[in-house]
Write a protein that binds this ligand. Structure first.
Ligand code: ZN
Length: 334
């Protein structure tokens, strides 16, 4: 039985001409790989936009086209305006863009991105760890901190895409250390290894409000990605509500319809209290980073799974992979 309620969602971050950029070590897709993947997606799936998803969610029997796929882009990078938008427009596709409000409106660089560029600017990760732990040692009198060995034992384990030393840096700076300390250390490392002109770097890195308005006019969907790009599950309910409300204000300023809004969770992180807040505020769909295809008959619309771009081939002529074959089986062969 063909359900017609299956959806493959793909997540992108950086899409740029990496080889000729100032930071070729940044993890992302080259323009050519993105073109290849769009071609691949068109060959093996049926691209839909958020509006199609929302209308399917609203009707219990509302079907999606066979082998439906939705392309989503996180973090509001200028890449999405410069590189992605023209390619999507050429192919008559509508993507969904999750932009963190603070990065766009305050000309700051999000800590998550500072960490990316610290790692990309300094190939010798031992040197970064040396500066990091020296900053951390300076703060021992102020905070209750563990020893370097304890942090290494707890956190330095290779992940899906990163070796152990990179994971250690990311985990310490993304969530392990107390918030004020990790912001302070991230800032110091960013200034040491990347630049001390944060505002100029930010304007180069992220889309502006005008860019995002232009994206909407070109038929793209803009979704919430929080205000400060926090791990939303690590905040108390007041903090969660504040993040949600501030990001909604940002969407309103862009001209988005707040009867019909969606969220991509920073780091894919969510929890029950957050979902309750989102339901109360009329959020229609939420995207996680759980790696599988979505099934609208069974998945909570506020916890839809997403593949990473690396889960699909990046060449138009690549043979269909497991996801495409699974989508073809579940979504018919039209
Ligand atoms: Zn993000």
């Amino acid at each position: 039985m063909v359900s017609g309620r299956r959806l493959t969602v793909v997540m992108y971050h950086f899409v740029r001409d990496l080889a000729h950029s100032k930071y070729p070590e940044i993890k992302g897709l080259s323009t050519e790989e993105f073109r290849g993947q769009v071609e691949y997606v068109r060959r093996h799936f049926t691209p839909i936009g958020v509006a199609d998803l929302l209308s399917a969610l609203r009707t219990p029997d509302g079907a999606l086209p066979p082998r439906a796929i939705l392309l989503t882009f996180d973090d509001g990078y200028r890449d999405h305006f410069d590189t992605v938008l023209p390619i999507l427009a050429e192919n008559d596709l509508s993507g969904c863009f999750f932009a963190p409000a603070k990065a766009v409106t305050e000309h700051e660089v999000l800590d998550v991105n500072k960490i990316h560029f610290i790692l990309a600017a300094q190939p010798d990760k031992a040197r970064i760890l040396a500066s990091l732990f020296s900053e951390l040692d300076d703060a021992r009198g102020e905070f209750d901190l563990r020893t370097r060995e304890e942090y290494e034992q707890q956190l330095a384990h290779a992940g899906r895409y990163d070796p152990a030393d990179v994971i250690l840096i990311k985990r310490l700076l993304q969530r392990e250390l107390p918030l004020t300390l990790r912001a302070r250390i991230t800032d110091a490392l960013f200034r040491e290894w990347v630049t001390d002109d944060e505002a100029a770097f930010s304007e180069e890195l992220y889309m502006s409000v005008a860019d995002l308005r232009e994206m909407r006019e070109a038929g793209m969907w803009i979704g919430s990605h929080g205000y400060d790009h926090f791990w939303l599950d690590s905040l108390d309910e007041t903090g969660q509500e504040r993040e949600v409300e501030r990001s909604m204000e940002f969407l309103r300023d862009l001209g988005c319809d707040l009867e019909d809004w969606v969220i991509g969770y920073p780091y894919g992180a969510y929890c029950d209290s957050l979902l309750e807040i989102l339901r109360a505020k009329g959020c229609q769909a939420g995207f996680t980073v759980e790696v599988r295809a979505a099934d609208l008959d069974h998945d909570d619309p506020l916890a839809l799974p997403r593949l990473d771009t690396n889960d699909l081939p990046k060449r138009g002529d690549a043979a269909p992979d497991d996801w495409a074959l699974q989508a073809a089986r579940e979504g018919g062969s039209a």
